[in-house]
Design a protein around this ligand. Structure first.
Ligand code: RB5
Length: 148
């Protein structure tokens, strides 16, 4: 799978850890965002990752900041993005299956590295449900039913 991983400075170590792990599992990884421990604004990492997704250079994204909150809020301002902040494997599976999330958000100050890797694996191995009720709700999320 082609993945884009973005983070601010607070999540640089976790991003590098996950990128290495994912590449060792055969995924192609593009990294965006902070490149040093110097302060880096998480909205810029979100914007850069969404650009990669919109260019079709990645299938899914993973965005990480200290809590995962700020970067998920920014990512979700972009049309077509469904970014899900997850702390457990169950949440990550549901985010893909029920919400068709295309970006997983994580908090580097919330999860340990191995727990984060488990959450990522759950996200990447889940299959979006084609159940009509889920499809209808996703259309509503994206404003395609409410006439927006
Ligand atoms: C950076 O200190 C921190 O605010 C950021 O990583 C994130 O937690 C914001 O939501």
């Amino acid at each position: 799978m082609k993945l884009v991983l973005g983070s601010d400075h607070a999540a640089l170590d976790l991003r590098h850890f996950l990128a290495e792990r994912l590449e060792s599992e055969g995924h192609t990884v593009i990294q965006v965002g902070a490149s040093s421990p110097d302060s880096y604004d998480y909205p810029d990492a979100a914007d850069a990752a969404v650009k990669v997704l919109n260019f079709g250079e990645a299938d899914l994204g993973i965005l990480i900041c200290g809590t995962g909150i700020g970067i998920s809020i920014r990512a979700n301002r972009h049309p077509g993005v469904r970014a899900a902040l997850c702390t457990t494997e169950f949440m990550a599976t549901m985010a893909r299956e029920h919400n068709h999330a295309n970006i997983l958000c994580l908090g580097a100050r919330v999860l340990g590295t191995e727990q984060a890797a488990f959450v990522v694996r759950a996200f990447l191995t889940a299959t979006p449900s084609d159940g009509p009720r889920h499809l209808a709700r996703i259309q509503k999320i994206d404003g395609r039913i409410n006439g927006e």
